[in-house]
Design a protein around this ligand. Structure first.
Ligand code: PMT
Length: 416
């Protein structure tokens, strides 16, 4: 029988909550790194470990890395009182089993429900990705190959193991791919399954984070931007099929999204030069989330300024407006700005939409501490240029990942 487990393409609006299931194998240590990478990529991660997995790596490691209790038991009153196995199965948008042992493959193929992992896999509507890892001889055994075939037919997504030298000294197929490759598989799968490919073939440039304006070699003017909003947008554009250049200002310490070209800059002038280079190289869409310092010091001191005076005056000069420069120099480019305001939020945003000749602007209230700067969440109102005849759109408070996905859909609508 084939396709008794229907891939849930239309039933998954977004993939954000991931269960990482670890089974017994020497490659289990790679799953700790994968958990970290998934979180940095913006996923919410909960971990299931089989008894076998706990022989190779402790649940404490995974608990510390994810900040969540690790799920190990099917029939544990304490666990069931918290997030029970059915709740866990419903919670997940995606289950990733890595590494998946030969034993786990066999039990999943048989439809067994004799531990937490197999039971959750039966009880979930979420798609399941399986990354088998084992000795090369085991991997090539007809029983294992038959189970993999059966699982594939059921709709499970199989991640092919790598070829190479194995922990046991053998050489051949059966190695768990490196964590960054597994992450890439998850991202591509998510894009295939859930994201409308509305930016396929488009080149997008995004500015993100703060700019840093030197006062002297050790001091600078900057702001509270972390780059989270811009990086979330870079991931959303990539997932929608775009080729993305991300110009990160200041000292953004976030992980570069996979398949995204990152350019690090410090000051507003550096950011402008990088933006122009990117536009010249060919760019269809420019999105400015960066919190650019409006002013820089007229002359940054070449040496550390000594504290000889009680008062000090800094002479500041206006920085170039990167967004306005790009929008006025490249009139056919689709240009979107952000507006960070603390009062009269919508009025100022609409003013910027017109003054900077933008196609779209998203305004957020940065006087709120629960959204905007540094927060993982945001809320905003989006305004469009008159020519699109589109009503403003309100995006209620949600994760920056979700906000970014909504914004990309809005861009897709307008470009359509
Ligand atoms: O980075 P996070 O911690 O995630 O925080 C996200 C954010 C709050 C920084 C983001 O959501 C946001 O609001 N970004 C815009 C910040 C800003 O500088 O807004 P503004 O209203 O001052 O500028 C309007 C627009 O012009 C922005 O798109 C800005 O990037 C651009 N600009 C401003 C000045 C300048 N010299 N050059 C510009 O390109």
């Amino acid at each position: 029988m084939s396709h008794i487990f229907t891939p849930v393409k239309s039933a998954v609006p977004s993939i954000q909550k991931v269960i990482l299931a670890i089974t017994g194998g020497i490659a289990a240590y790679k799953s700790a790194i994968l958990a970290r990478l998934l979180i940095k990529e913006g996923f919410e991660v909960r971990v299931i470990m089989t008894q076998g997995a706990q022989q190779f790596i402790t649940s404490l490691t995974l608990q510390a890395l994810t900040g969540n209790e690790v799920h190990t038991e099917l029939l544990d009153t304490k666990a069931e009182a918290g997030m029970g196995h059915i709740e866990l199965a419903k919670w997940a948008d995606l289950i990733v089993i890595a590494p998946a042992s030969a034993n786990t493959l066999a039990r999943l193929a048989m439809g067994m429900a004799d531990d937490l992992l197999t039971t959750v896999c039966l009880a979930t509507a979420a798609p399941v990705m399986i990354a088998p890892a084992m000795n090369q001889q085991m991997w090539s055994h007809p029983a294992v190959q038959l189970n993999v075939q059966t699982l594939g037919d059921m709709g499970y997504e199989i991640i092919e193991p790598d070829n190479g030298v194995q922990a046991c000294g053998d050489t051949g197929a059966g190695r768990l791919p490196e964590p960054d490759m597994l992450l890439r598989e998850v991202i591509n799968f998510k894009a295939r399954l859930t994201v409308p490919q509305c930016l396929t073939g488009k080149k997008v440039t995004i500015t993100a984070g703060p700019t840093v304006e030197a006062i002297d070699p050790v001091r600078f003017l900057s702001n509270h931007s972390t780059g989270k909003m811009g990086f979330a947008l870079a991931r959303a554009c990539r997932d929608a099929g775009a080729e993305v250049t991300l110009i990160a200002g200041g000292k953004v310490s976030l992980m570069t999204p996979l398949q995204v070209k990152r350019v690090d800059v410090l000051s507003a002038n550096d950011m402008l030069q990088a933006a122009i280079r990117s536009a010249e190289a060919g760019c269809d869409i420019f999105i400015a989330t960066a919190a650019v310092a409006d002013y820089r010091t007229r002359d940054a001191a070449p040496q550390k300024i000594k504290k000889t005076q009680d008062e000090m005056i800094l002479n500041l000069v206006k920085n170039p407006d990167i967004l306005a420069t790009i929008s006025h120099s490249y009139p056919t480019m689709f240009v979107m700005g952000f507006a960070a305001e603390t009062q009269n939020v919508e009025k100022y945003a609409q003013g910027k939409l017109a003054a900077k000749s933008l196609d779209m602007i998203a305004c957020n209230d940065v006087s709120r501490t629960d959204i905007g700067f540094a927060s993982d969440e945001n809320a905003m109102t989006v305004f469009f240029a008159d020519k699109y005849q589109k009503q403003p759109v309100e995006l209620k408070k949600m994760s920056k990942t979700n906000i970014a996905e909504h914004l990309i859909n809005l861009i897709g609508d307008v470009l359509d």
